[in-house]
Design a protein around this ligand. Sequence first.
Ligand code: NOJ
Length: 756
Amino acid sequence: MTNKFTGVLLVFSIVTFSCSQPETIDELDVKVNDLLAQMTLEEKIGQMNLYNGFWDITGPAPQEGDAAKKYADLEQGYVGAMLNIHGTENVRKIQEIAVNQSRLGIPLLFGYDIIHGYKTLSPIPLAEAASWDMEAIEMSSRVAATEASAAGINWTFAPMVDISRDARWGRVMEGGGEDPYLGAKIASARVRGFQGDDLSAANTIAACAKHFAGYGFAEAGRDYNTVDIGTITLYNEVLPPFRSAVNQGVRTIMNSFNILNGIPATGDTFLQRDILKDKWSFNGFVVSDWGSTGEMITHGYARDLAHAAALAANAGSDMDMESYAYVNHLKAQVDSGMVDIAVIDDAVKRILRVKFELGLFDDPFRYCDPEREKELLYHEEHQQAVRDMARKSMVLLKNEGNLLPLSRGRQKVAVIGALADDNNSPLGSWRISSDDSTAVTLLEGMEPYGAEITYAKGADLITGPATFLNNVPINQTDKSEFRQAVRLARRSDVVVMVLGEHGFQSGEGRSRTRLDLPGVQQELLEAVFEANQNIVLVLMNGRPLALPWAAEHVPAILETWHLGTQSGHAIAQVLFGEYNPSGKLPMSFPRSIGQVPISYNRYNTGRPDALDIVFWSTYTDEAIDPLFPFGHGLSYTNFEYSNLSVQLVDKHRVEIKVTVSNEGRVAGEEVTQLYIRDVVASVARPIKELKGFRKFHLEPGQSETIVFTLTENELGFFDAKGNFKVEPGKFQVMVGTSSAEGLSGEFTIGPVGDQP
Ligand code: NOJ
């Protein structure tokens, strides 16, 4: 089927290319069962095998299995899916082997890490989370799906929905931040964006919520490290975004590398069968992470690869990514009775169902139209969409004396910092599919604004080149160009300092033990400050940083994360006031590394409020609150909150109203946040939990009454056994502009058993 269409249609109308009406589950079951009945055991196990392609890798290079084996297995029908093969020509070549040469001609899935775009890159996911704008996030995933599907991909390994409170962990850039409520909303927005409402359309792809489960709680923020959390945290913090993705119909789930309470997630029956497939009735399939089946041996959980294959399959891991465990060992495990054939049949049915849903049996080459590929990659409509997303993702952390926005053409502006002239770092870490050095730099973005701009690098961030696969970049120590930067600063009205992390200092395998500005950037900042205190600090980074000196001394700080292809244009629009910043932090920014892990929704402890003797839950050398709290983000206008009203509508439904007014001189968008605290419960509850938010636009002088309704869903919590409970009693409520600032009230709900 060839479709001619414009980017507008593609981006904004996902159902346009639907080939057929989605079939009911019953019809699909018949087709799946018919096919299953024709398959040999080897062919069934083949469907459970996911091989990496022949060119790119996104994990340790496999020790076993060369290209010849992969080709031979493809011809035999012993491969169900491939990853890291992309581009219509490449995909078609491999799909042809499966479809034309294997006995049953079952088409392959082609998976890829489409994390924040295929060619056109939107901001890193943590940045997008800062928008608190679910429509924009859905659109960003839709753009990614549109380009990826045009390049032969039908399955993305996204969204990553791991909650994390530890900024040392490099993968916080890939998630939605520290909060399960916000994380759950983002999870479903992304699934909607990738999958649309018809998976068989040529511009939608299957999504994969990952990493199930607990991966974001890696001890000490070190990637792949041990996770040891209790079930209260598991049920209330870790699982809600996964549940939300499942409710949204996500077709696949990826398990995780970590052990959780001693069991590697890939071999965890409790997670994959009891919770995911039984309790939540998830009917898609579970894929292992790269080599995670084999890594159960290294964990000390499996004796050898054959044992690992049996443990993983029995635990509900349906497809094995790059361990060669299933393809080489699972048949013997079935023959010897270690794995029941029903386990295999169930896994294969799940995988085949997704292939049917994608329409691959109707047309295995549905995603392989080179014309469409040529037309859509880097499409102008996509540039506009990611620019819009980038603008919405920035967070104005501080703006003393309204130093921002800059006035066009009336100020002499010195721009300082290597990142200002960097067209690579803003692309972020997860961009294997895109092209390096394709971001608009900030200097390029500032050009059209007619300001008198001079530029000095000051210092490089790192020494030598950094790439997706090489080891962590080495920080620069050379300060020889400081002097030039200081000279420019002295001659200017205002200094825009662009500092932060290189794009490859966050991401998978890129954890840090420090949360400062890498290299000599802090020294550069202080040297420039000596010359000119009118500094706007533009931060580019993939994680929260701890910058107490900057927070105290620098008058204006704009967090821009890594904003993707259109980075420079978007930042310039905010700097010059063409766009009023509206982002809010999705993760707390600590004062010091010693506070990490840190999140707003902590528990109270028995000794929270320090008095003048020593025995309190505090630090002797630092405050316990963050430098910038979760939900914080300023605007170029002021929003005032008034008239909080809290009313019980019926026994377990509470209506909360607040008036928000734009008291400033420019229009802007505010994110009103609602937090509750269950004061006394059978399980101690956090001091605050986000339970609602609303983003809206107000003209100067305009007011709006925002109404929230809390139901049992928001008022309840999970106990240690995973039972959801709503308990009677008093609740505190806070509504405001961040997790640290707002109007408070309270309400009491009636006894359990007395429910409406
Ligand atoms: C390992 C990562 O943990 C996972 O998120 C990714 O999808 C796979 N590699 C495939 O690249």
